[in-house]
Design a protein around this ligand. Sequence first.
Ligand SMILES: O=C(O)[C@H]1O[C@H](OP(=O)(O)OP(=O)(O)OC[C@H]2O[C@@H](n3ccc(=O)[nH]c3=O)[C@H](O)[C@@H]2O)[C@H](O)[C@@H](O)[C@@H]1O
Length: 430
Amino acid sequence: MAPSTNVDPIKTLDKNGQEIKSVGFQRFGFDSEVPIDLLRSLYLRSHYVLSAPVEQVDNVDTKELADHARFTQGLNAYQSKSIYHPETQSISYTTLTRFPPVKLLPPSERKRILVTGGAGFVGSHLVDRLMLLGHEVTVLDNFFTGSKTTIGHWVGHPNFEMVRHDVVEPFMIECDQIYHLACPASPPHYQFNAIHTVKTSFMGTLNMLGLAKRTKARFLISSTSEVYGDPEVHPQHEDYWGHVNPIGPRACYDEGKRVAETLTYGYHRQDGVEVRVARIFNTYVNPHDGRVVSNFIVQALRGEDLTVYGDGKQTRSFQYIHDLVDGLIALMNSSETRPVNIGNGDEFTIGEFAELVREIVEKVQREDGVVPERRVQIVYKPIPIDDPQRRRPDTTRAKESLAWQPRWTVRMGLEEMVRYYKAKMAEGSI
Ligand SMILES: O=C(O)[C@H]1O[C@H](OP(=O)(O)OP(=O)(O)OC[C@H]2O[C@@H](n3ccc(=O)[nH]c3=O)[C@H](O)[C@@H]2O)[C@H](O)[C@@H](O)[C@@H]1O
């Protein structure tokens, strides 16, 4: 059952019109470069579901195959296709018997890397990269917002381990590096159980710092632009102390991350733990996330109106996941111990962003010959409490200390994301 090849694969061009064929780089003695096509082939891997009635499993809809082929471009040998049977609402999973090639590193270069929250959106993309680069990766996740399907394609690989574990409880393992990403990050998710969110930030970070201290592992925490709150300084530089409401509905996350940073520097000063602090700014995310990028794309693809909260004049600056993963790996392997903003400086009002998503979805639909029944509209809903009014990172420090700057414009990233969401919709998983 070979995927259709008579479709034009998507191509992403950089700011100079050159096709982007790989992500990552070699810096600070750590090689993080992998082909982008290989990464794309992983995204759809365990979701690679085709619809077919039970009796027709060998003859599935080629339109779905075409949508997948368009996104993944190749590497069919490593794809597995599960089958969804609509009439019985059941799924026949296919598990992988062959993994994509990973680098063979000498033991002296192969690191044992722990990724907490490794089944989340950022975590799973980081895990893909670290695995392809030949490291030994252990994922800890409680699967509250993360999902096994994001990293299922590595289960069984000799370099990979996945453990269901909540970081609020201690965890013992030997490791060289810890990427501590575990914490729900979407406002509806982190407000769902505010106390557990604070506990995750405090107890989780305490436990992982304790582990770093015992093993002498280098510790990187994913902090957030939310430590700046509703900022009075624009753009936000790392030296700005922030403007956070300590008792509002967002406080469980904002204050949680602030105390997590406090703990991190406590262990650094008192116990000499090697620490790295990444303050991550808005990043494109998975469907069902509840944040603005996924809401708008899914709404536009479904032909539903785009919901702008408030008057849409509040601003955000969006970065693509590959840039973020590049930034995290560069920071981990650099000698920078101060907090570093990782984000894209292209600032949009949410109203402008809604229009951009609508325009890009329309462009993709035109390319695919889809004629929507009507043009989706932009509708306005109440603004959430304490919603920050302006947000844009000052990334001077990342540029100077890590030689890092974003490669993906918002438009490039959005086009790829729309294609990805479309492929997932075609298989029925959105
Ligand atoms: O990524 C960040 O830097 C941080 O900010 C996010 O918070 P926020 O920027 O408010 O994320 P969204 O929920 O995506 O909202 C962005 C803006 O779009 C608006 N929005 C959101 C969703 C929607 O359907 N429509 C809409 O207009 C929100 O009101 C807000 O003004 C999250 O709290 C954190 O994941 C993260 O650490």
